[in-house]
Design a protein around this ligand. Structure first.
Ligand SMILES: Nc1ncnc2c1ncn2[C@@H]1O[C@H](COP(=O)(O)OP(=O)(O)OP(=O)(O)O)[C@@H](O)[C@H]1O
Length: 248
């Protein structure tokens, strides 16, 4: 498989001190695609995103569109990576539109103001996540689910080749969960992005095209998403044997 693929991971080893959570992880996403990363609490899903974003050291090789991430100084500024962590916060009052427009940082001159075009793109991004009505609200006063939608709008403006999302539907109601998974699918189909999405929301995966990576498996591998694969992996995660294996 060519390492010009959207994401190529070879023999990735990562963890904390002597606790190794990801052991020789290898997989290739062959074309822009949605990849759902599942697994028990504590199996290492967030750890994988921390390694890919350079927050923790790792062994092995990670390439995005052929670029070895170790050799790229600022992957976000280069348009390779965008990351939405599980908990993102803002410490001061800020209108939602101002937070979303910051997703345009790559196109922005230092100390320059965002342009009318940037704000129009921010409004479109908010509309696409179904949050146009929040544009003028104070971000810090929004509900957890509303804040998640706003972060997704900001992330979409970053227009990165690889989007890393840590449980983006965690606080959303059933309507928005489905809508967000539909949106992530659009990013793949219409914009050619690759989306690596940690989720426990197995119910919404069965009908989506893409891949599944179960990090609770002893040797995780990419499997094409289908109702059958989701059912098999759910049964595995629900079994006492698999739970014991991850916590031994
Ligand atoms: N900085 C750290 N130092 C030591 N151990 C850590 C650190 N961060 C996380 N861990 C441990 O590593 C393990 C994996 O954590 P991680 O956040 O990757 O899990 P996860 O699969 O994302 O779980 P969840 O589904 O609950 O979010 C957990 O047992 C956690 O306690």
């Amino acid at each position: 498989m060519s390492d010009l693929s959207p994401l190529h991971i070879e023999n990735l080893i990562a963890g904390y001190g002597r606790r190794v959570l990801l052991r020789n992880l290898c997989f290739t996403v062959p074309e822009p695609a949605f990849v759902a990363v599942i697994g028990h609490n504590g199996c290492g899903k967030t750890t994988l995103l921390r390694a890919l974003t350079g927050q923790i050291p790792y062994e092995g090789t990670v390439t995005v569109n052929g670029h070895n991430l170790r050799t790229v100084r600022r992957p976000a500024a280069a348009g390779l990576l965008a990351h939405l962590p599980q908990r993102a916060s803002v410490e001061f009052s800020l209108p939602v539109r101002e937070l979303v427009v910051m997703g345009r940082f790559r196109h922005h001159r230092f100390l320059g103001a965002y342009s009318a075009t940037d704000y129009a793109l921010a409004d479109t991004a908010l509309a696409r996540v179904g949050a146009a009505h929040l544009a003028d609200r104070d971000f810090t006063l929004l509900s957890g689910g509303e804040q998640q939608l706003v972060w997704l709008a900001q992330l979409s403006l970053q227009n990165a080749a690889l989007c890393l999302l840590d449980e983006p539907t965690q606080q959303l109601d059933v309507y928005y969960r489905r809508r967000v998974f539909g949106l992530l699918h659009e990013w793949v189909i219409q914009e050619g992005k690759t989306v690596l999405c940690i989720t426990h929301d197995l119910d919404n995966l069965a009908t989506l095209p893409g891949y599944l990576l179960n990090l609770s498996r002893p040797e995780p591998r990419l499997q094409p998403l289908s109702a059958g694969v989701v059912a098999t992996e759910r049964a595995y995660l629900e079994s006492e044997a698999s739970f014991g294996a991850v916590n031994e």
